[in-house]
Design a protein around this ligand. Sequence first.
Ligand SMILES: N[C@@H](CCC(=O)N[C@@H](CS)C(=O)NCC(=O)O)C(=O)O
Length: 242
Amino acid sequence: MTDRVVLHQFRAFWGLPNASPYCMKVETYLRWARIDYRIEICDPRRSPSGQIPFITVGSETITDSQRIIEYFESQRGGSLDQSLSKDRRSEAWFVRTRVEEVLYWQITYMRWGDPQGWACFLPDLKQYLSGWKRAVLPYMIRIQLLRQMRRHDLTPRDVTGSYASGVRVLDQLSHYLADKPFFMGEQIRSLDMSLYAFLANIIDQPHTNRLQEHARTLDNLMAYCTRMKQDIWSDWVAPTRS
Ligand SMILES: N[C@@H](CCC(=O)N[C@@H](CS)C(=O)NCC(=O)O)C(=O)O
C-alpha cells in the first residue's frame, strides 16, 4: 500500500483555498495531478525549513513548493513540462521566480502593510487565535513584516507607490499571456500552478485595493483565473470552521 501524501499548510481563509500562494500552488498541482492527499494545518515554525508548505510521504519530507512539484513530476515522468524545450523551461523559470518574488511581497503588503487591508485582515485573523496569541501575535508579526517590507519599498504611508511594482507585474503578465489559454501556450504547465495561485490571492480576496482593481481591468488575466478555477477547483468546498 502506498503512503498517503500529507500537505502541511495554513487553513483555508477568506474563501480562498489558502491565503499562502505557495501553499495554494502546491495544492493546485496535487488537484490537477489527481494525487490523493490530506491536509494537516501547520504553523511555519513546525516546518523543517521554517516555511510552509511542506509535504510528508511515509518517512520522506519535502519542503519548498517548487521542489514538491518537481518531486511528484519525477515520479510521474515529468508530464507537465517534459515537452518544453530547454529555452522555454528557462523562460518559465525566470518568469516564475520573478513573479513569485514581487507578488509575494505585494500580497503580504495587501494584508499587513496597506492600512485598509490590515483593518480588514486583523479581525478575521484574530478569529483563529485565542488567549495571549490573539492579543499580541498579529502585532508582533506585523512589526517584523513592516521592517522586511520597507526593504522592498513597501510602506503604509505610500499605498499607491507600494502597489506600483505589483501593477507593473500584472501588466507584464497580461501582455505575456496575450490570447493564449495558459501562460506557456495551449497546454497547462507547472508555471500555471504558481501564477494562478498568486493571481487568485490578489483577485479572490475581500479587501478591495489598487492592485486588485487593476487586476480586474485585465480581461485576459481574469478569464485565465476563471478557467483555472473551473478546471481545477470547481468541486472545492471551503471547509467550515472547527
Ligand atoms: N520558497 C518557499 C517559500 C514559502 C514561503 O514563503 N512560505 C511562507 C508562507 S506564504 C512562510 O512560511 N513564511 C514564514 C516565514 O518565512 O517565517 C516555497 O516556495 O515554498
